[in-house]
Write a protein that binds this ligand. Structure first.
Ligand code: FPP
Length: 229
């Protein structure tokens, strides 16, 4: 969800105004995804590196998160949306953590779509955690290192139980991944748009999905193996 700061600065506003306007885009993306049957939507809301931003911006983002989750809870429940979070959740302020944990419990039975917020998340953090866990299991629980495979790694990532993303969208014209789901996006289709996140609307999501549908995903095979003549 990139471009909030630039969106605000272009309007002569504080960066935080951009984040606040980004909430509407979150809602639009979620409604659009739900309408067309997307089962998982994962939003990169706060990276491990974002902690280094000026303190007032970090605090404003945490407040926004709490207020948004509290304010949208009924709407999530009314629409079958399950809330989930990945990242170093223990590093979030207590009010944030408590709100999040309660909302996750309150929406746990919903099954139309799962919205996952990546908070204090980075893929390298997640991979280091996975390596530590497997190393500990090898040392203390008799895990045989030769049995470690793709599936076992995936089971020890924050996204355990979730399918890999099929489509990754990045807004604001930047064409990089910035430490997001590095393992999981091995075969994801990437879609970049110059639109700044607060301007992101349903039609942008639909455009991304239409583009996705026109691509041939080969997963390392050749075209004929995917669509035999
Ligand atoms: C990146 O834009 C965006 C963020 C670091 C925050 C995104 C958070 C929201 C949209 C609020 C969402 C709320 C919920 C509940 C999920 P940037 O600040 O890096 O923009 P810039 O690159 O233009 O400076």
């Amino acid at each position: 969800m990139d471009g909030n700061g630039r969106w605000a600065e272009q309007k002569g506003e504080h960066r935080v105004v951009g984040h606040a306007n980004g909430v509407r885009s979150v809602r639009e993306a979620l409604v659009a995804a739900t309408e067309i049957g997307v089962r998982y939507l994962t939003l990169y809301a706060f990276s491990t590196e974002n902690w280094k931003r000026p303190r007032p911006e970090v605090e404003a983002l945490m407040d926004l998160l709490v207020n948004t989750v509290v304010g949208e809870l009924d709407e999530l429940n009314n629409n079958g949306v399950r809330l989930n979070a990945i990242g170093d959740i223990d590093s979030l302020p207590k009010s944030c953590r408590d709100t999040l944990e309660q909302a996750i419990l309150d929406t746990a039975k919903n099954d139309r779509i799962t919205i996952t917020l990546a908070l204090s998340y980075s893929a390298r953090w997640e991979i280091v955690e996975m390596a530590r866990t497997l190393a500990t299991k090898a040392r203390s629980e008799g895990l045989d290192p030769s049995t470690i495979n793709d599936a076992m790694v995936a089971e020890h990532l924050a996204t355990k139980g979730m399918p890999d993303p099929e489509l990754l969208i990045r807004t604001s014209g930047e064409q990089r991944i910035s430490n997001f789901l590095l393992w999981q996006i091995a075969y994801a289709e990437l879609w970049f748009t110059p639109v700044l996140w607060p301007d992101f609307r349903k039609e942008h999501l639909f455009r991304a999905i239409l583009d996705f549908q026109s691509r041939q995903r080969r997963f390392g095979l050749i075209g004929e193996q995917i669509t035999p003549a």
